[in-house]
Design a protein around this ligand. Structure first.
Ligand SMILES: NC(=O)c1ccc[n+]([C@@H]2O[C@H](COP(=O)([O-])OP(=O)(O)OC[C@H]3O[C@@H](n4cnc5c(N)ncnc54)[C@H](OP(=O)(O)O)[C@@H]3O)[C@@H](O)[C@H]2O)c1
Length: 309
């Protein structure tokens, strides 16, 4: 089968489309014929070698953690899907990849809602489980005010909608060109950078109850002040979080949090009710892997970048 892989760490031009052996599902897993798979910044961090000490890989390595597709093989002990079913889901995160290929083995899945296109569903699962995991940790619920730093990207756009669905009021930071976009997802936008504390206080005079940092831009001291305590802040992106007493939530590698496996079915149900969507920044074929990674590396994608098959 065709897969997007890299054989040596480096810039985007180390990516190659290769013929690789097809994977098969183990117990409790399924295989899908992939229709779309997501791109996350972790793909290019991995490709660049940034994670090589933390997560040693045997190269060549096939990238990608989430996908949507049609089930074509079912592992032992799986009774909730059959070949031919449309699903979206995540690979076994301990394997750190494998979704950007014609066939992928999934460890967590839910039926693909009709309300999401293949592209939207293919880019959904990783961010849905990440957002669910951190919203659960902060116990985000009705009546709370949540600040999301870095609201316009793949993770932020999903977290806004899932927090609003839980009854929270959301303030999301984004560049000025993305304010209308963030408003459309249900959050009140404001600009990140100097003066953030004053702008957020003007929008939420009573203070914010919880903060998610999806930017990792060094703003944690300000975010902790706004939340009033480091245990009301969770980051998924700031490797220096410990210094501020803030929890860094990861889905893979040493110290990873458990995957919030209820997130997929809940997001699918919200999508069917018209309360959840996956805004797409751009779609690419795997032959365009370099352009896809270079767009992600700008750090300013609006929504999710997805590969289609
Ligand atoms: N730990 C985990 O489990 C986990 C899971 C998923 C993602 N992550 C990490 O979370 C981060 C976000 O992921 P993503 O998929 O959402 O990335 P993304 O799709 O590339 O989005 C990046 C977003 O960040 C915004 N941004 C850029 N500079 C900013 C700043 N200084 N302050 C606030 N926002 C800023 C951009 O908005 P503008 O264009 O408006 O500037 C853009 O929309 C990445 O570091 C990723 O590796 C971690």
């Amino acid at each position: 089968m065709k897969a997007l892989q890299f054989s040596a760490y480096g810039p985007a031009d180390v990516l190659e489309v290769a013929d690789v052996p097809e994977p098969h599902p183990g117990p409790g897993q399924i295989r899908v014929a992939v229709r779309a798979s997501g791109i996350t910044p972790a793909d290019w961090y991995t490709r660049s070698g940034r994670f090589r000490d933390m997560i040693p890989l045997r190269l060549p390595h096939v990238l990608g953690v989430d996908a949507a597709g049609v089930v074509d093989e079912v592992g032992a002990g799986v009774f909730d899907v059959r070949p031919g079913d449309a699903v979206f889901g995540l690979v076994d995160l301990a394997k750190h990849g494998g979704a950007t290929a014609e066939y992928a083995v999934l460890a967590h899945w839910a039926p693909k809602p009709d309300a999401l296109s293949w592209e939207q569903a293919g880019g959904a699962a990783g961010n849905v489980e990440t957002a669910t995991r951190v919203l659960d940790r902060l116990k985000v619920g009705p009546g709370m005010t949540l600040l999301i730093e870095g609201a316009a990207g793949g993770a932020g756009t999903v977290a806004i909608q899932l927090a609003v669905a839980r009854g929270a009021t959301v303030i999301g930071t984004a560049g000025a060109r993305n304010h209308e976009f963030v408003t459309g997802l249900g959050a009140t936008p404001t600009t990140y950078g100097p003066g953030l504390a004053e702008r957020v206080t003007a929008l939420a005079p009573g203070g914010v109850d919880a903060v998610l940092d999806f930017a990792g831009s060094g703003s944690l001291p300000d975010l902790v002040n706004l939340a009033g305590s480091p245990d009301r802040v969770v980051t998924i992106a700031d490797m220096g979080a410990e210094k501020y007493g803030v929890h860094l939530s990861r889905s893979a590698g040493p110290g990873a949090d458990p995957t919030a496996t209820h997130g997929l079915a809940e997001a699918a149900a919200l999508a069917e009710q018209g309360r959840f969507t996956v805004p797409l920044a751009a779609t690419f074929t795997i032959e365009e892997g370099r352009a896809a990674h270079e767009l992600s590396e700008t750090g300013h994608a609006r929504g999710k970048i997805v590969f289609t098959f």
